[in-house]
Write a protein of this length. Structure first.
Length: 536
């Protein structure tokens, strides 16, 4: 849920903050007060495109902050067009912000509604409504795609090329195999450094063990102190604790002496061993540069090189038995294509069943939004197998009786698209996983009873998730469960925007203003009260 949206120095808004509640939140205000700027601010903080033009004249930077309860997102844009983003206190890239915010807010407005014309949106909405499961098809399609790629690779190389590839792969496999790589090779640098300084290590370790455990060592001194401490404890009780601590220190010193001695014993001082390590380190470094150049100089490479070896072996085997493998892949591909067609047919059948129900539900919703004779349908056109299925989903719309329905993208106006979107969202509300839905003037160019229907539909959607609606229509605004008014004023020669919540008498007056303009008569006020009473 979006709890708070704060804006500073964005377009005409110097500083404003809106607090939202669960359910239906409506924003109203005069044209040009800054309502749409707030929606632009929301798009900005969700990772939308930004440039210097969004910064208020005279300001150094614009800032937007959105508090979703579980996370606070923040975005700034400087007057030079540079943008920065944060999730909580952590600075992130804009793409990271966009990925994090993805799925939190669904914005519907004059531009955003156009995505309803996208075939992918239409297909995904249908699948969500019908709980259509595409996993079986996707698995079959993935298998078919992998076989096609392998077949293309095998067929793309001529015989001469195959011989050349086999020769190269054999050399590479032999080179990597003969190296006898193992996880121990990842410690070569450390072992080489230890061997190169073996004498210094052994000499230092000897001094340490002698100091810890020799005749006049730490252990010997602590051992002599223990009985003294216990004798002293007869007169000073706390000295007993000193004796115990001396015993613990003596034990720790003895353990450290053994650890140092053990480590030193594993260091080989032999010149022959150092030469072997040097040669091995040179070999592994060369193989890393040749076969795993993406790894840094100090990164472990044994596992990566062994993976390269297995990959080369697999390719070599495939090339050596290319003719046999070609026949296998072609046969497997034929079977995979049959499986894709079968799974695609099952997927299309499920979509058709869902399409009939969704079309009927949306058509019923459109009846209440002023389209008394309109028809909404969903066509599934056959298509070549693709990642999403073997069909193409097309939303069909017939706004006028007597005329055949045509693709929504081909005939619908922006106002019609907005209402179709609202009808669709009303049906999909229970299936949509988005936390927040924003409707920017979805009720434009309508009024009267249809406006009331829009308000009812928005509140119905808000039963399942938070809804924020910008509206100029009092019949719709009356259905809001929280009503925010965006107002502008002029101070010091500059336009300033403010946002405040209205309720009670203040809300009646705002609805009355929307009905009759700045001059609120008793008749208009009575009408406003009736609208609010009706919405309840």
């Amino acid at each position: 849920m979006l709890k708070r949206l704060a804006v500073r120095n964005l377009a005409i808004v110097e500083e404003a903050e809106a607090c939202f509640a669960p359910g239906l939140n409506v924003l109203t205000g005069e044209t040009g007060a800054g309502k749409s700027v707030l929606m632009g601010a929301l798009g900005l903080v969700l990772g939308g495109r930004a440039d210097a033009s969004v910064v208020r004249d005279g300001a150094k930077e614009a800032e937007v902050e959105a508090d979703f309860g579980d996370a606070v997102l923040r975005r700034t844009v400087t007057a030079q067009g540079r943008s920065r983003a944060w999730i909580g206190e952590e600075s992130v890239s804009v793409s990271e912000l966009r990925d994090f915010a993805s799925g939190r807010v669904d914005i519907h407005g004059p531009t955003a509604n156009q995505r309803m014309l996208d075939e992918r949106f239409q297909r995904e909405a249908l699948d969500a409504f019908g709980a259509v499961k595409a996993k079986a098809y996707e698995a079959s399609f993935g298998k078919m795609s992998a076989l096609r790629s392998e077949l293309e690779e095998l067929e793309s190389v001529d015989e001469a090329g195959v011989e050349s590839a086999v020769e190269l792969l054999r050399f590479q496999v032999d080179e990597l195999s003969q190296a006898g790589l193992s996880p121990d090779d990842d410690t070569l640098a450390e072992r080489h450094a230890a061997a190169a300084h073996a004498e210094d290590i052994v000499r230092g370790a000897t001094e340490i063990t002698e100091a810890l455990g020799g005749d006049e060592s730490v252990v010997a001194i602590l051992s002599r102190l223990q009985p003294l401490c216990r004798e002293l404890s007869r007169h000073l009780p706390e000295a007993a604790e000193w004796a115990d601590r001396a015993a613990e220190m003596s034990s720790a010193a003895s353990e450290l002496s053994r650890t140092v001695a053990d480590a030193a014993s594993r260091v080989d001082c032999g010149e022959e061993d150092l030469e072997g390590l040097d040669a091995r380190l040179t070999l592994v470094s060369r193989l890393r540069r040749k076969y795993a150049p993406h790894l840094g100089a100090g990164e472990p490479c044994a596992e990566a090189l062994l993976a390269v070896l297995e990959e080369k072996r697999g390719k070599l085997e495939a090339y050596e038995r290319r003719g046999e493998r070609l026949a296998e892949v072609r046969k497997a591909l034929e079977e995979a294509e049959r499986e894709v067609r079968k799974a695609g047919a099952a997927l299309t059948k499920a979509r058709k069943a869902a399409a009939t129900r969704l079309a009927a539900a949306v058509t019923a919703g459109l009846r209440g939004l002023g389209f008394q004779k309109a028809e909404f349908g969903i066509s599934l056109e056959p298509a070549e197998p693709a990642a999403h299925g073997c069909d193409r989903v097309v939303y069909m719309f017939g706004p006028n009786p007597g005329e055949a329905a045509r693709p929504l993208a081909a005939i619908a106006s922006s106002g019609e698209i907005a209402r179709v979107m609202l009808a669709l969202k009303g049906v999909l509300a229970e299936h949509d996983s988005t936390d927040v839905m924003v409707f920017d003037e979805i009720d434009a160019n309508i009024g009267g009873e249809v406006g009331r229907e829009v308000g009812e539909r928005l509140r119905a959607v808000a039963r399942h998730r938070q809804v924020i609606a910008i509206t100029h229509l009092p019949q719709s605004a009356a259905y809001g469960e929280r009503h925010l008014v965006v107002a502008k004023s002029v101070s010091g020669g500059r336009t300033r925007t403010s946002i405040s919540e209205v309720s009670g008498e203040g809300r009646v007056l705002e609805i009355a203003r929307m009905l009759g303009g700045e001059k609120v008569t008793s008749v208009v006020k009575k009408h406003a009260e009736e609208l609010l009473q009706l919405s309840r």
